[in-house]
Write a new protein. Structure first.
Length: 521
């Protein structure tokens, strides 16, 4: 397995603690020098001494340097030493410490003043739902703001519709548009990815080696789908009956599988929380079963939903109406059953199942169709930064969405280390909180807005009907409309399949803030 590497610029990258076995992979990737910034004996026996690392590196033709930095931080002398090393060492260089943070910070200090920093009033990290929407909202409040949006992708997706695509109810081509078409006028699109934060200097580093300075920073890069955490999955996706609605190119394959399946075993999975749209794994099950029932083949298909957790849905109010559909579709629920391995050609999946006694058993299951929801985590650049919380998500005050240690930094969307559901509906309200609070901060005023944890999960229990689950922090119900939210409704399907996609493209991404008031206690 290759080490996880964070590229700072064309000549310098950083990594967490390396093992001796990682050095061969570094050489294969083209690195020519390795710098160890972690003092010997700082960790446990799993930390190889720098002498052993140096000997192994040199045997592979790699230059090696030892420049230990204490956890208290780099000194000016160490920054000067690194500058000297960089003038001598063959490039590209890979530096490592326990997490990579000290190596990143040392490089920042060492190269400070050698790069041109482009200044902006506001820098937005991420051009997804949150990034585009908050940029549009800010420019509506103050068109004079100089805003940069960092986004490497040339395509922008409306992801909530992928479930509908997989159910034969939506055209996948309508879920994507060029990024240039959704980028708010007045913002500058930076077509690069984020490499590192330098919050003490109010600067972010980009993959192309450039730096952007900011007065305020909004962090909204979304989350990272960790397909690689399930052995064999990446090689199986898109064939052998293995699919996932969490990828734009695979949602049509899900519908292809659903239409063609006439009998056999259909497995659906849900990993541990948090994930993007916690209801999406079971939406795939419901729409598939509804199609099979209407085609008269449901009786010939054994349907099983494997959940890593112990509950069907996180808000108990919605469990009884959902259970009625589970029973109507004759689906079996396998709780605390976590997918860990897939063999596509042999149509076999393995699950780690936790019993009542806490013991974990590896269980093998055959399938004809397997719908997988991958484990999910904050992006690497977030998890390894000093701005992350203990779980690796971006640390924010759950009400103001402001970083607790760097008040000029805010965050929105899936990357936030808050307990709300990670949905586009949550973003819709978060961006207004961030926009209003950021503008107030720039004026030296008290932050006026509080986020109540609102999220919405339109549960597509059958084609044509939706249970509209809306809730906030602590599972508090926050219905938009004065109706019983547990009842499946055709009107909620119309909202999900027609109104919300239109509102997304024509409203939310353009800074139109309809129905965005929060209701904090």
């Amino acid at each position: 397995m290759e080490p996880t590497i964070k590229r700072i610029d064309d000549s310098y990258s950083v990594s967490a603690q390396l093992a001796l076995s990682d050095l061969q992979a570094l050489a294969a990737l083209g690195f020519r020098s390795v710098v160890c910034n972690r003092p010997d004996h700082e960790g446990g026996p799993e930390q190889p001494e720098q002498g052993a690392m140096q000997q192994a590196a040199q045997a592979l033709g790699l230059k090696f340097a030892y420049l230990p930095v204490q956890t208290t931080g780099a000194t000016p002398e160490q920054a000067q030493q690194l500058r000297a090393l960089l003038s001598e060492l063959p490039r590209p260089v890979l530096a490592y410490c326990r997490t990579g943070n000290r190596s990143s910070t040392l490089y920042e200090v060492a190269t400070q003043g050698t790069r041109t920093v482009r200044p902006f009033d506001v820098v937005v990290v991420g051009g997804g739902s949150a990034g585009i929407s908050v940029t549009a909202s800010l420019l509506k409040r103050d068109p004079s703001l100089r805003i940069a949006v960092i986004e490497p992708s040339t395509e922008h997706y409306y992801q909530p519709a992928w479930t509908l695509v997989a159910g034969g109810a939506y055209d996948v081509n309508d879920t994507v548009r060029p990024t240039r078409e959704v980028m708010p006028k007045g913002a500058e699109w930076i077509k690069a990815s984020l490499s590192a934060f330098a919050p003490q200097r109010k600067v972010v580093l980009l993959s192309d080696g450039s730096e952007l300075g900011y007065q305020q920073l909004i962090v909204c890069p979304g989350l990272q789908l960790a397909w690689e955490k399930i052995e064999g999955l990446e090689d199986a996706l898109g064939k052998h009956g293995v699919t996932s609605n969490y990828r734009h190119d695979l949602a049509p394959y899900t519908w292809e599988l659903v239409r063609s399946l006439r009998g056999g075993k259909a497995l659906f999975t849900q990993p541990g929380m948090p994930i993007k749209c916690a209801g999406a794994p079971q939406k795939a099950l419901y729409l598939s079963c509804d199609h099979w029932r209407k085609q008269g083949v449901l009786e010939a298909i054994s349907v099983e939903f494997n959940l890593a957790g112990a509950a069907l849905f996180g808000v108990p109010t919605f469990v009884p109406p959902l259970m009625k559909y589970v029973e109507a579709y004759k689906a079996q629920l396998a709780f605390q059953s976590n997918l860990v391995k897939v063999d596509g050609p042999n149509k076999t999946a393995w699950f780690d199942v936790t019993g009542a006694d806490g013991q974990v058993t590896r269980v093998e299951k055959r399938f004809d169709m397997l719908h997988v929801v991958p484990p999910q985590q904050a992006p690497d650049v977030i998890r390894r930064s000093e701005l992350a919380d203990s779980a690796g998500w971006f640390e924010v005050d759950p009400a103001t969405l402001q970083h607790p240690r760097y008040p000029e930094i805010f965050a929105a969307g899936d990357v936030c280390g808050t307990s709300n559901a990670k949905t586009a509906a949550a973003v819709r309200k978060q961006v207004v909180v961030v926009a209003d609070n950021l503008v107030a901060l720039r004026k030296g005023a008290v932050l006026p807005k509080r986020y109540d944890g609102y999220g919405s999960c339109p549960l597509t229990v059958e084609k044509g009907k939706v249970i509209l689950a809306e809730f906030g922090y602590g599972g508090k119900l926050l219905p938009t409309f004065p109706m019983n939210p547990t009842v499946p409704r055709k009107s909620a399907w119309f909202l999900k399949a027609t109104l919300l996609p239109w509102f997304y493209w024509q409203g939310m991404l353009k800074g139109r803030e309809w129905l965005t008031d929060c209701k904090p206690d």
